[in-house]
Design a binder for this molecule. Structure first.
Ligand SMILES: Cc1ncc(C[n+]2csc(CCOP(=O)(O)OP(=O)(O)O)c2C)c(N)n1
Ligand SMILES: [Mg+2]
Length: 598
């Protein structure tokens, strides 16, 4: 029974309103039908949705397709838009296949929040759809305004909300070319450098009855990977052969697993060292003797970077932080990147002598082909390999020492991470949102296979939960382990994440590195004001005492196994028990592990 708004009855329940405009037949083919067909035909498996008054056409078209036996993408209901976009991000990071998100007008666009920054900076191809307020108000067209919010949601520049972050954005103005517009958006999003695309449409467009549209998506392929130019290639290979200490610095080469194998082949062939810098993918097996480690915010000069006479930067946004860590004066720097100019980063430069826009795997294959006919001095290569093996072994020994069981009863991040490592197999997927423990987690998880270790690739916190769901959806047979700071766990909207994880059968383990607050802003302050008032203050407003019951949130919203761990002895058995729950009961588990107070 429809309710009427009156001062006594202000429940704000949205009631069915009289239909304005021409009626459509139940069998109608609409702009929304074309949208759903286009996604299916383009191979989009999942549509992460948060519905609103802008989506009746889409809800109807989905129901119509299901009722008439037509395929639809799997719909994942996301009670929070930031989580929706983050789920899509996780899925794409582990598969490389673009997925789609549907949000509600300007409000839902804004509610994707910092996840927009993450997909943009991480160069993740996702297709984001948003409805827009109807553009007629007297029933001229089907979908015309019939709810008060249609006036409130009519904003001057909805696309402007995220214009600075999208690789492509446009408004769909008619249902008749929705398919073309979707394939165009996907083609741009999936071509390197990849990135998100945003399409919005007023609801009349989704409601518009159109003749069925048939388009071949194979005619809208991503552009082919770009190779190195022949001239630059010859010079680069000559430098690689002549150098004493050639070093590759990389952050996201590993988004393509083939590139990782090619880099391993190069290291084996030439004795090139590999340093990961702020890695957001696993770029090189950490047990390879040419692997010299990874660097993040640590305020120190990296010795391998300092001694290198040839530095080959291969896919990196931050190859070093020059304020305290940089290549030697006079080192030859060569930069190969899918996005070497970092056109979306206003301040960016490194003093590279050679710069190429090229695909990493393709460039490495070209280098190998050139090497096939080159004279390689095996003595030189053996000396390089012996050198890097010494550095590698010293690093491994140093890390092993740090993992030892702490003498005091204080759980260290190193010990905790090592315990996790001992319980997982080489295919387990690690998500790292450990913030001041990023490096500890990268170092002590010691991953060896591509696509088994990820970060958000950017800086908006709260990626860990949604991304775990996305990765588990993509790889249901793999164990997914999410390692997060306590602050980042809170940012992830755990109530939404754990409701979704239960509903969509995506069990994963979360381990919270609980230092009772935000240690990063404290470190940032100390780096700039080491002797200031704040450095001596008792309270700088970053602590969470007393902390929430983090694992209890997951238990309440998604029935997760919940455990708080406060002693060193309990760490190992708790991880074993939690992983058993994840693997055998197919239920999420959250371990809230108390480290030293920040
Ligand atoms: C959305 C968002 N808000 C705020 C920040 C600023 N910030 C960076 S690190 C950090 C604290 C993270 O806390 P936690 O996850 O507990 O890690 P810890 O610093 O304690 O290691 C904050 C608030 C951010 N990066 N992203
Ligand atoms: Mg913390």
């Amino acid at each position: 029974m429809a309710q009427v708004f009156s001062p006594e009855n202000v429940s704000l329940e949205i009631v069915p309103v009289p239909q304005l405009g021409p009626q459509s037949q139940p069998s109608a083919y609409t702009g929304a039908s074309a949208l759903i067909e286009a996604l299916v035909d383009a191979g989009v498996s999942y549509l992460f949705v948060n519905f609103g008054s802008d989506h009746p056409g889409i809800v109807e078209a989905l129901a119509q397709a299901r009722a008439t036996g037509k395929p639809v993408p799997k719909i994942i209901t996301c009670p929070n838009e930031m989580v929706a976009l983050t789920c899509a991000q996780g899925f794409v990071q582990i598969t490389g296949r673009a997925q789609a998100v549907l949000v509600h007008v300007d409000c839902g666009t804004q509610a994707m929040a910092g996840a927009i920054h993450n997909v943009a900076k991480c160069r993740v191809p996702v297709l984001i759809f948003a409805g827009a307020s109807p553009y007629t108000q007297e029933g001229e067209l089907k979908g015309s305004r019939n709810e008060f919010i249609h006036w409130l949601q009519d904003v001057p520049d909805q696309r402007g909300i995220l214009r600075g972050y999208m690789k492509y954005e446009n408004e769909l103005r008619t249902g008749r070319n929705i398919k073309q517009m979707i394939y165009r958006a996907l083609q741009i999003a999936s071509s390197d450098p990849q990135g998100p695309a945003y399409l919005m449409a007023a609801r009349e467009v989704f409601e518009e009855e159109i003749p069925p549209v048939s388009i071949d998506p194979s005619r809208w392929q991503r552009i082919a990977p770009q190779p190195l130019p022949e001239s630059g290639l010859a010079e680069l290979v000559a430098s690689l052969l002549a150098a004493k200490r050639p070093l590759v610095v990389t952050s996201y080469l590993g988004r393509n697993p083939d590139a990782v194998s090619e880099l391993v082949r190069l290291a084996d062939r030439l004795g090139v060292g590999v340093l990961e810098s702020v890695p957001n993918y696993l770029n090189f097996p950490t047990d390879h003797p040419c692997y010299v480690g990874q660097q993040g915010n640590e305020h120190m000069q990296n010795p391998s970077l300092a001694e290198a006479d040839l530095v080959l930067v291969l896919d990196s946004d931050v190859p070093w932080i020059p304020a305290f860590n940089r290549p030697a004066e006079g080192a030859n720097i060569c930069h190969i990147d899918i996005d070497p100019l970092k056109e979306r980063t206003p301040l960016w430069y490194i003093s590279a002598a050679q710069v190429f826009r090229a695909d990493g795997a393709t460039a490495l294959r070209q280098i190998h082909s050139k090497l096939d006919s080159a004279k390689i001095d095996t003595k030189v290569v053996d000396e390089r390999k012996a050198h890097y093996r010494r550095r590698h072994d010293a690093r491994v020994a140093d890390l092993a020492g740090r993992e030892e069981k702490p003498k005091e009863d204080v759980i260290t991040a190193e010990y905790l991470t090592a315990c996790v490592r001992r319980h997982i197999d080489p295919d387990t997927v690690i998500l790292n949102e450990g913030i001041t423990n990023y490096s500890v987690i990268n170092n002590h998880t010691a991953r060896t296979k591509p696509r088994t270790r990820f970060t958000s690739g950017a800086s908006s916190l709260g990626w860990n939960g949604g991304a775990s769901i996305g990765m588990k959806l993509a790889c249901p047979d793999k164990t997914v382990v999410c390692l997060t700071g306590d602050g980042s766990y809170m940012f992830s909207v755990p109530s939404t994440v754990h409701w979704m994880a239960r509903k969509y059968h995506t069990p994963f383990l979360t381990v919270i590195y609980n230092n009772r607050g935000w240690r990063a802003p404290k470190f940032s302050m100390l780096a700039v004001h080491p002797e200031g008032y704040a450095s001596k203050a008792q309270d700088i407003d970053v602590a969470f005492d007393p902390p929430p019951d983090y694992s209890g949130i997951a238990a309440a919203s998604g029935g997760a196994f919940a455990r708080i761990v406060k002693t060193v002895e309990d760490v190992d058995p708790a991880i074993a028990e939690a992983l058993k729950v994840v693997r055998e009961e197919k239920r999420c588990a959250v371990l809230d592990v108390w480290l030293a107070h920040l």
